[in-house]
Write a protein that binds this ligand. Structure first.
Ligand code: SF4
Ligand code: SF4
Ligand code: FES
Length: 207
């Protein structure tokens, strides 16, 4: 089996099952300096997220296929090979009051796969991003609602990429929609619609 890690090709023993096992094999037998993260090896810690053929995956629970191309997460600063810096600093202003009893959202393992899959980051690097919005929804209080108005819920295009890659099966897009609805109930306005009111059509529609 041959795989590519950061555009470099490696030959792996056929008996190897997962991407993480392959990375460990490469480190132990071919490239001792190869850098990647893992901890639990069982899909619960979230530390081993990478991209396989362009899609975010947990390396420890992803089966290997010949020709797989492995790369680090998008939109994170690359430290070395597959190791990137964390974006959990986006949660530094999270107010931890009034946690909702939401089983699914509480299972977020902060793997940051959703953030890597989100097309909005390309055009707005200040976007709070999907996993943060899940947390801001989980802790339901006025202070958090205020913090998701700018570079948050109204910038999401509702594309659903985040839902597709989330290993915890969280309906992230649904949570963002709920945050939008709660915001409207609390008197906030979608700034995109507010701007539309002022849009200059270049002609007087009354004629
Ligand atoms: S649904 Fe929103 S948050 Fe999720 S990936 Fe698409 S734009 Fe990003
Ligand atoms: S919401 Fe899902 S994809 Fe995003 S960080 Fe949490 S577990 Fe990972
Ligand atoms: S090593 Fe913990 S989720 Fe993969």
């Amino acid at each position: 089996v041959k795989i590519e890690v950061e555009k470099k090709e490696f030959e792996i023993e056929d008996k190897i099952q997962t991407i993480l096992e392959a990375l460990i094999y490469i480190k132990e037998n071919i490239e001792p300096n190869l850098a990647f993260r893992y901890h639990c090896k069982s899909g619960v810690c979230g530390s081993c997220s990478i991209r396989v053929n362009g899609i975010e995956k947990l390396s420890c629970v992803t089966k290997i296929n010949s020709g797989d191309k492995i790369a680090p997460l998008n939109y994170h600063t690359k430290l070395k090979d597959l190791v990137v810096s964390s974006k959990t600093t986006l949660l530094k202003n999270l107010n931890l009051e009034n946690k909702l009893d939401l089983e699914s959202e509480s299972e977020c393992i902060l793997c940051e796969s959703c953030y890597s899959s989100c097309p909005v980051i390309v055009i707005n690097s200040e976007f709070i991003g999907p996993f943060s919005l899940v947390r801001f929804y989980l802790y339901n209080n006025k202070s958090n609602l205020e913090k998701v108005q700018k570079n948050g819920i109204w910038d999401c295009t509702l594309c659903g990429n985040c839902n597709m890659v989330c290993p915890a099966g969280i309906d992230i897009k649904g949570d963002i929609l709920k945050l939008q609805s709660i915001s409207i109930q609390n008197g906030y306005v979608n700034p995109n619609l507010a701007n539309f009111d002022n849009f200059n059509f270049g002609f007087n529609p009354n004629f």
